[in-house]
Structures are given as C-alpha cells and as structure tokens.
Design a protein around this ligand. Structure first.
Ligand code: PLP
Length: 397
C-alpha cells in the first residue's frame, strides 16, 4: 500500500501506549497502580444513565440534526453564557462526539497549510499531531515552575509570533501541568491575540474540574468571543469519558463550518446520549459534587506523599485531576538519567504506572524534562497511598 504522505505527520496519544504496557504487565500477574490515563473510575451519575435509557427506550435511536438536538444546543448555550458572561445562542453551538474532534475541525476551518499555530508543549498531544497532519507550522510554547504552580511562558509566545502566525491554542486548567492563568496573564494573552489578529482555540475540557474558586475563560475577555472557539467536553465534568460527547462553541460562521464537517464525517453525535447530557446540565448535581470531593481527597493524599519523597517536588493544583512532579532529584538518587528508563523501572519495580513529560509533545532541545504526570482520576485513595508508598521506597531505599 502506498500510504498518503500526510499520514507520516499524524501523531498519536502515547498515553494509550503506556496503558497497553501497564495492561501487559498486569496480565503477567503483577499489581498495577494506574496513574497514567486521565480516565475516571467513578461511575457516571445514575440520573444521567437513567435519562439515556429513557431516551433510548423512547425511540431516540435514529439520526438527529448534524449540529445536535436543538434542546441540548440551547441548554449548553445558556450554561456557557452564564459561566462565561458571553451571550451565546443555540446557533453558536455544534455538538460533537467528544471534545477531541473540535481540535482537528477547528484547524480545518481556520488554518491554511503553512500557517503558524502556537500550542502548549507540554500539552495535549493531539494539538501537535493535528497541526502537522494538516500542514501547519507548529510553534510550541511551554510552562515554567512558579511559586505555587506552573506558569505560562508568556515570553516564548510573544517571541515566536510572526505575520504568519494565525492561531493560538490555549488550554487553561492545563493538562499535564495543572497550570491556571492569573487574570493579569489572561489580559496579556488577550492583548496579544487582538494585536496580532489571532484566532484562539480555548480548550476548556477542565473548565469545571476545580476544587475552589471559579474558572474565568480567555474567551470572556473583551474582544475575545468573536475570535475564540471553546472546546467543551462532558467527559471530565460529569464522568462521561466513554460516552463521547462535547461541543464547539463560538462565532456562528465558524460553527456552521464545523457542523458542515459533521455532515461529511459522523453525520451527527449519538442521539440518545444528548438527552442524557441535558439531564447532566439541568438535573441533580449531588453525585457530581461527591465525585469532586473524592478527587480533592485523592489529590491531597497523592501530593502529600509525593512531596515526602526525597528528590521529588510537586505542586497541588486547584484544577484538573493531574499532578506534574519534578523528579530530577529522585532520578539522581537512583542514578538514572533517562526519563523513560525511570518510568519503566518504576513500573517494573513497584507497579506504579505513570506518563512522563515525553508523552505531551516533543520536548524542545535543551529542556530539562524530568517531570512525571500522574492522573488521580482513575485510582482509589487506598491504592494511591499504597502505590506512592512503594514509589517512595523505590527512590529512598
Ligand atoms: N483537551 C484536553 C486538554 C484533554 O486532556 C482531553 C482529554 O483528556 C481532551 C481535550 C479531550 O477530551 P474528550 O474528547 O474526552 O472530550
């Protein structure tokens, strides 16, 4: 087969390869502590499941409109208008089978081959994959360690902008670092986007995944809504990762094109699941609140143990369900200077399965990349304590 050249530029989500490795290790009879995948091991709230079943039995099993059922589009427009202070209508919302498809469709809509796209690195690996697959020029910007959390490397954004730069991909409440921008940083970023006439993809997969305070979207700042598309996801907010439902929310002309891409692809998102999503948005939130209480306990337990390990330094982000510890000291103690070798040794010796910096984009030359990413969304607190206890012993003994 003579495969198309563009396929050579298509990347993967290498966290799934870590899952496969952990599964193979478990199949050999070993205990695994799964910190690698941002999946949720808490069941979707029962009222959401009931709504899906009711819709299915009520006959919502055929095709539905390409942009999603109008009732859900309206509810989501209301929900986002309230949380973002932007006046969105149903026409600003295109329902998608997950948040992830918004990335490729947004770029197909706005990026010409050769256009430059700023994107976070470390970051969700699909940005880099889709930019390069579609013939864009990927300009990575990073995060640096601040006092209490990681901070956006604003200089690297500013420095790289040229007249060919057309798009900024921005993921506040960031995967993998757990970074969150301050109001001043958001203002600066908005200023740059407006000055250089950039379109912005605001990846808000974790907008509601927070333990204190309120999220403020870059799209909410003056002059930004008209140049921003929000990637919305039901996955993390409602423990619905496997249901596959999300949305693109933004200016009508862009949203119409994204819906046209639906016509050419999946036709529509799953019909009856959209009724479940309506229940998620409007129904009883008790089980959702309970889930976030559990996540917070897990975060605190994991961060406490990690920080007690010699040579490990870990922030305690108020957002997402990820921890991104710096393990340079621990690697030195173990006499290991290759990050992936450390990861493999950790799995082999302790069963603790993690991702590393290297699963979140190609690290620029010279970067000190000694970071692990631990997701605490898919592992219970006793297992966190046990697994990270073994991690500690692995480093210190
Ligand atoms: N964006 C970020 C930053 C993510 O971490 C993820 C999933 O892990 C997604 C988007 C996609 O989520 P989904 O397709 O499940 O909505």
């Amino acid at each position: 087969m003579r495969i198309a050249d563009s396929i050579k530029r298509l990347g993967v989500e290498t966290a799934f390869a870590v899952s496969a490795e952990a599964a193979a290790f478990a199949a050999e009879g070993n205990k695994v502590y799964p910190f690698h995948l941002g999946d949720v091991n808490i069941m979707t709230p029962s009222n959401i499941m009931d709504a899906a079943e009711k819709a299915m039995r009520g006959g919502k099993t055929g095709y539905c409109p390409n942009a999603g059922i109008p009732q859900l589009r309206e509810l989501l427009a209301d929900d986002i208008s309230r949380s973002h202070g932007i006046d969105y209508a149903m026409e600003n919302v295109s329902i998608q089978p997950g948040g992830k498809p918004v990335i490729g469709k947004f770029l197909l809509t706005l990026m010409n081959p050769g256009d430059e796209v700023l994107y976070p690195n470390p970051g969700f690996p699909i940005y880099e994959s889709q930019i390069e697959f579609q013939g864009g020029r990927a300009l990575p910007y990073g995060y640096v360690e601040g006092k209490e959390n990681f901070k956006l490397d604003m200089d690297s954004i500013e420095r790289q902008i040229t007249p060919r730069t057309k798009i900024l991909i921005f993921n506040d409440w960031q995967n993998p670092t757990g970074a969150e921008c301050s109001p001043q940083e958001l203002e600066k970023l908005a200023g740059l986007a407006i000055k250089h006439d950039l379109y912005v993809l605001c990846d808000e997969a974790y907008f509601d995944v927070r333990y204190e305070g309120e999220s403020v979207s870059l799209a909410s700042l003056p002059g930004m809504a008209e140049r921003s598309v929000i990637l919305y996801s039901f996955s993390k907010r409602f423990a619905m990762t496997g249901w596959r439902l999300g949305a693109a929310i933004g200016p009508r002309d862009v949203i119409d094109i994204i819906t046209k891409l639906n016509v050419n692809g999946e036709s529509c998102s799953n019909h009856f699941i959209q009724y479940a999503a309506m229940e998620a948005l409007t129904g009883d939130q008790a089980q959702v609140r309970q889930m976030f209480n559990v996540f917070r306990e897990r975060r605190d337990a994991a961060a406490d143990i990690l920080n007690s390990i010699e040579g490990v330094r870990c922030f305690r982000p108020n957002v997402t369900f990820y921890l991104y510890p710096n393990i340079a000291g621990a690697m030195e103690l173990k006499g290991i200077n290759d990050l992936d070798e450390f990861r493999r040794a950790l799995l082999r010796e302790t069963g603790v399965s993690v991702c590393t910096r290297q699963h979140f984009g190609r690290s620029p030359e010279g970067e000190k990349d000694f970071y692990l990413r631990l997701a605490y969304s898919g592992i219970d607190i006793q297992q966190i304590r046990e697994g990270l206890g073994r991690f500690k012993a692995f480093v210190e003994e």
